[in-house]
Write a protein that binds this ligand. Structure first.
Ligand SMILES: Nc1ncnc2c1ncn2[C@@H]1O[C@H](COP(=O)(O)OP(=O)(O)OP(=O)(O)O)[C@@H](O)[C@H]1O
Length: 291
């Protein structure tokens, strides 16, 4: 069983004022216990998660990496209340996840912005759904667009913005909701390398100020190491955890840390393990194709 060491939670157990004047809310602790899940594929069950156990402490930043199809998105969907485990439990601060929650926000590679709305009105969407009054919505959206350096584009059409700018709008739309937990699935995958590096750094700065809990799914080991407190490596068929590594890099993190000795040691270790898992999955695939 891979349980994390819980950092001191006393710091995050109370709301504290933050830069923007809004209250910073404590991150949510996430707990998977004995989770098993299968999907039916061509009438045969595919075991997506097998005895999956994971503790994410409040305000921790945890990445999940692993070969394609190992169950990363399945695990994330369960935390977000989009999918219920067949057996076992997924809990947020000790309470079973039951559907989506206003404390949880999502951020994906596809930004899902509404093209007929301006940048500001896209940022306001989540607040609108929650019935936040118009003036407050507007003020909070503008404040967040400023924090992601888009103050000049508040009224711009989404279709006129670059991919990187659109993703910054999506980040503002997520963070304006003041979530206690952010679930991220390859959020920077659609960006070119330079924009991606810039957004990683910007996002991590914002996260360091806000400190919601983050579960971050990625195929990019370097990204996982650079951003996270812990990196969880999964193996496939059935999806399970094979390594749980605490990243030994100080915060605040910067792109320059990629050359840090601890960074390269983590990278070499994780890529060797990942290669092993990918090879094993390929052998299994060939064996079942030959059956
Ligand atoms: N709705 C579904 N119906 C049938 N099988 C599914 C469904 N969703 C996922 N699976 C299967 O469950 C397994 C885990 O899928 P999941 O999407 O969680 O993996 P992943 O690690 O996120 O993959 P990727 O990195 O490619 O996004 C895979 O074998 C996948 O084919």
């Amino acid at each position: 069983m891979l349980k994390s060491q819980s950092p001191d939670r006393s710091e995050s157990s109370q709301s504290v004022p933050q830069e923007s004047g809004a209250e910073r809310r404590p991150g949510l602790a996430v707990d998977f216990a004995g989770v098993n899940h299968s999907f039916l594929h061509n009438d045969k069950p595919v075991r997506a998660l097998d005895d999956f156990n994971l503790n994410v402490a409040a305000s921790e930043f945890v990445s999940i990496v692993g070969p394609s199809g190992c169950g990363k998105t399945t695990a994330l969907s369960m935390v977000g209340g989009l999918l219920a485990p067949r057996t076992g439990s997924v809990r947020l601060d000790g309470k079973d996840v039951k559907g989506t929650s206003k404390d949880t926000a999502f951020l994906f590679a596809r930004d899902a912005l509404l093209p007929w709305r301006s940048a500001r009105r896209n940022v306001e969407i989540g607040l609108e759904v929650r019935g936040v009054p118009r003036a407050e919505r507007r003020q909070r959206a503008e404040e967040w667009l400023q924090r992601v350096r888009l103050e000049e584009f508040v009224n711009s059409d989404i279709l006129r913005l670059s991919q990187g700018m659109r993703q910054r709008v999506a980040i503002a739309r997520t963070l304006v909701q003041n979530p206690r937990l952010i679930l991220m699935d390859e959020p920077f995958a659609a960006l070119d390398a330079q924009t991606r590096a810039q957004q990683q750094e910007e996002f991590i700065k914002l996260w360091e100020q806000e400190r919601p809990t983050v579960i971050f799914v990625t195929h990019d080991l370097e990204e996982a190491i650079l951003l996270s407190d812990r990196v969880i490596l999964m193996a496939s068929r059935p999806g399970r955890i094979v390594a749980d590594i605490k990243v030994q890099l100080p915060r605040p993190r910067t792109q320059e840390m990629r050359t840090h000795e601890a960074f390269t040691a983590h990278f070499d270790d994780l890529s060797a393990r990942l290669r092993e898992e990918v090879n094993r999955a390929e052998e299994q695939r060939q064996a079942s194709a030959n059956e």
